[in-house]
Ligand binder design. Structure first.
Ligand SMILES: Cc1cc2nc3c(=O)[nH]c(=O)nc-3n(C[C@H](O)[C@H](O)[C@H](O)COP(=O)(O)O)c2cc1C
Length: 364
């Protein structure tokens, strides 16, 4: 049986389920076109907004490496280490909408079969701010954007009405999603923050507002480590740091836990899995929990900026996986999607030794 890597997700046809996430790999038209040439099925643009953006006076991203056979973690470059995580405090795109508009059109004209998702972000404190969401949506879809991803999850915004501060407020999530849906002629995905206690509540609010899919996770709020010698944070400006976002291998299990909650609560909805993906085995976790697409950032940043080797491995991995399981009648992702969704259960549902019973801490 021939394997088929293509998927339909929120009504859009992708040649494969692997996307570059909204981040530096998708910050320009040249990067995005290189990514399409490399084989990515789709990209989510670096988030586009209307408010002024000025990044910190120093590096915006760095990577923490682990030393095997010790517990040493550091951003310091040293031989024989393995990637632990990325840490960033980069804001959204510092390019204005006017810069993006002709480029979105050019990319879509050159790559009509690839999926271009526009990540957008505005405030939510006033009617004018809510209109900004609509302005961004209209402008991007007029130029050919195939879908929107609402950035309700940027972890480093001081503004209380923006980024993950929206994603922590069910009312604002619904309102913003609804406002975009009012004008959108293409699917709307909501990218939620993992920095809340009950992501299911935020997802419910997104769906109430009309979201067609949920993307999760954005980076987890975190600090860079303090250097033992200098006693400074490994990333800082003039010695100061603020909460930033953790990505990469370290967040894979945490993101999966969030995703399991989401796909169990809404088994019939569409989910795009993000967090810690560098190879097919990682992506498979998200697919088996029920995701229809996955997105990659950190691994791509470390692989020629747009991840040509990462996407080659992901596509080959999916193809080989399908071939290996052809005997079960699997020829495409849909044939095994969600197969482990219901295997995440309450602790008391896990089997005990036959002689011992457990009732979730309660008396029998
Ligand atoms: C440097 C950097 C910049 C990012 N910028 C954005 C952004 O503009 N919009 C957004 O929605 N997510 C942004 N992200 C989050 C990523 O899209 C992704 O959700 C996160 O890094 C987890 O995926 P990973 O483990 O593959 O890195 C950024 C991540 C990094 C590392």
């Amino acid at each position: 049986m021939a394997v088929d890597l293509s998927v339909t997700f929120t009504g859009l046809q992708f040649e494969n389920p692997f996307l570059l996430a909204s981040a530096p790999p998708t910050e320009s038209d040249t990067n995005i076109m290189r990514a399409f040439d490399a084989g990515w099925g789709g990209v989510v643009t670096k988030t586009i907004g209307l408010h002024p953006v000025v990044n910190v006076a120093g590096p915006k991203t760095n990577f923490t490496y682990a030393t095997p056979e010790s517990f040493h973690l550091s951003m310091r470059k040293r031989a024989g280490t393995a990637l632990h995580s990325s840490w960033n405090w980069e804001l959204i795109s510092d390019k204005p909408l006017d810069w993006w508009i002709p480029r979105i059109a050019r990319i879509k004209k050159a790559y009509p079969a690839k999926i271009l998702v526009a990540s957008i972000m505005a405030g939510s404190g006033t009617d004018r701010e809510l209109e900004h969401w609509q302005e961004l949506a209209r402008a991007c879809q007029n130029e050919g954007a195939d879908a929107f991803e609402l950035n309700l999850s940027c972890p480093h915004m001081d503004r209380q009405d923006m980024g993950s501060n929206i994603g922590k407020d069910e009312g604002l999530i619904s309102v913003v999603t609804q406002v975009v849906k009012e004008v959108a002629t293409v699917p709307v995905w909501a990218k939620l923050t993992p920095a809340t206690s009950d992501i299911v509540a935020e997802a419910r609010a997104s769906f109430r507002g009309g979201a067609d899919a949920i993307s999760s996770s954005n980076t987890f709020p975190s600090l860079p480590l303090i250097d033992l010698e200098t006693l400074d944070f490994e990333m800082n400006v003039d010695g100061f740091v603020s909460s930033g976002g953790l990505g990469g291998p370290a967040i894979l299990p945490q993101s999966l836990a969030k995703m399991a909650q989401l796909t169990q609560a809404f088994p019939d909805r569409a989910f795009s899995g993000i967090g810690g993906i560098g190879e097919f085995a990682h992506a498979l976790n998200y697919f088996l929990l029920g995701c229809g697409t996955v997105q990659v950032c950190t691994a791509a940043m470390l692989d020629h900026a747009v991840g040509p080797n990462v996407i080659a491995r992901l596509k080959a991995g999916l193809g080989e996986f399908l071939e290996r399981h052809a005997g079960r009648g699997w020829s495409r992702l849909e044939d095994f999607r969600g197969l482990r969704r219901d295997h995440v259960v309450a602790h008391s549902k896990i089997r005990r030794p036959a002689t011992r019973e457990y009732h979730g801490g309660h008396e029998a």
